[in-house]
Design a protein around this ligand. Sequence first.
Ligand SMILES: NC(=O)c1ccc[n+]([C@@H]2O[C@H](COP(=O)([O-])OP(=O)(O)OC[C@H]3O[C@@H](n4cnc5c(N)ncnc54)[C@H](OP(=O)(O)O)[C@@H]3O)[C@@H](O)[C@H]2O)c1
Length: 389
Amino acid sequence: MKSLAILGSTGSIGVSTLDIVAAHPERFRVVALTAGRNLALLEQQIRTLHPELVAVPDAADAESLRARLGAAAPRILSGRDGLIACAADTGAQMVVSAIVGAAGLEPTLAAIEAGIDVALANKETLVAAGKVVMSAVARHGIHLFPVDSEHSAIFQSLAGHRKDDVRRLILTASGGPFRDRTAGELELVTPADALAHPTWNMGQKITIDSATMMNKGLEVIEAHWLFDLPPEKIAVHIHPESVVHSMVEYVDGSVIAQLGIPDMKTPIALALSWPERLALDLPPLDLCSLGRLHFHEPDNTRFPSLALAYRALRSGGTAPAALNAANEEAVAAFLGHRLGFSVIPQVIAAVLDRQAVLPADTLAEVLAADAAARQTARQLISTEFGGTR
Ligand SMILES: NC(=O)c1ccc[n+]([C@@H]2O[C@H](COP(=O)([O-])OP(=O)(O)OC[C@H]3O[C@@H](n4cnc5c(N)ncnc54)[C@H](OP(=O)(O)O)[C@@H]3O)[C@@H](O)[C@H]2O)c1
C-alpha cells in the first residue's frame, strides 16, 4: 500500500487523483490533504479518507474547518508551514503536487528535500525553479513522475531508449477554444468564453493558459527540465483531437507516441503506479470512429505567448520565473475583468522587457524574481494596460 500526500486535493487534478484512490483502495492510503478555499469539499474528503494531517493557507479557514469537523477533525494546520508539513512531515511515500501556480513551489521542493517521490502536476514549480528543483531531485535520488499528459506521453515514449538518439520532442496542443478565431475576434473574448475548453475539463488558470497557448509555453519549459533537452529540440504541434498526447522523434526517423482518450486519470494513475499500470474504468480509444487526426504548426502571431515562453527559456536564469509570475497576474486580472484577453501576452512581454535576468540557482533568487515580476505586472495592469477591458 502506497501512502499519499495530496497537495491541492480540491482541484481538478486532486479530485481525479482521489477518484483513482477510491477505485483502488487496496493500493493507496491518503495521509495528508491540502486545499485552498473550498472547505466544503475538503471537509467531505476528510470525512471519507481520514488523513492524519490537513492544511489550508488561511488560519481562519483552518479554525472553521476544525469547528465543522468537531471530533472528526484531524490535525489541521495553516499557512506556508502547514502546506510544507503536509508535503514533508507525514512519512508519505509519494506527494501528488497539484496546487495551481507558484504557490505549489515551496511544498513540492520540501517533499523532494525530504526524499519523497513526487507526482508533479504543478508545472509552474519547474517553470519558475527548474534548476533548483532538478538539482534537489538529483541530490536526493527521488523519482519525479510527470502528471501532465504531454510529459507523461514523452516519459513513456522515452522508456527503453537512449537519450542521445532523440532528435526532438514534439508536444501536442489542442490549440484551445479559440484556435480558429481571428486576431480581431480574440480581442472580444470574455472569461466565460475562455473557460469553455473543447477537450479538457480543468481548473480556471490552466484553462485560460490553454486558450492563450501559454500552457504549451509552460510545458516547453517543463519538458526542458524534465528531459534535459535544449529549446531547439522541443517542438509544438497543434492537434485539435487531443488523442496523440505527445511524441518523441529519434535520429533514425522513428516517431514514438502515446495515444489515449483525453482524460487526466490515465497520466495521474501512471505517475502513482509506474512501472505498473492500473486498470481504469475509461472508454477505449476508438480510432476507427475518429477516422482522422489533424496536426498543424502553432500561429505565433495570433498566440504570442508560446514564443514568449521560448524567449524566457533561452534567456535562462530568472526569466522563466518572471514569465510565470507575470502570466499568473495577467490571467487573474483577465478572470477579474480587469484586462483584455489579447493584452495578457503584452503584459508578460512588458515584464520580460523590464526585468533583468539574474541567476536562479537558489530558492531565494527564484522567489525574489517572482515577487518583482508580480509587482511590475500589477503596476502595468493598473497603469499602462489599465482600462483595456
Ligand atoms: N487540470 C488538468 O487537467 C491539468 C493537466 C495538467 C497539469 N495541470 C496542472 O496541475 C495543477 C493544478 O491544476 P488544476 O486544474 O487541478 O487546478 P485547480 O482545479 O484550480 O485546483 C488547484 C488546487 O490548488 C488549490 N490552491 C489554489 N491556490 C492555492 C494556494 N494559494 N495555496 C494552496 N492551495 C491552493 C486549490 O484549492 P481550492 O480549490 O480549495 O481553492 C485546488 O485544490 C496546475 O499547475 C496545472 O497547470 C492540470
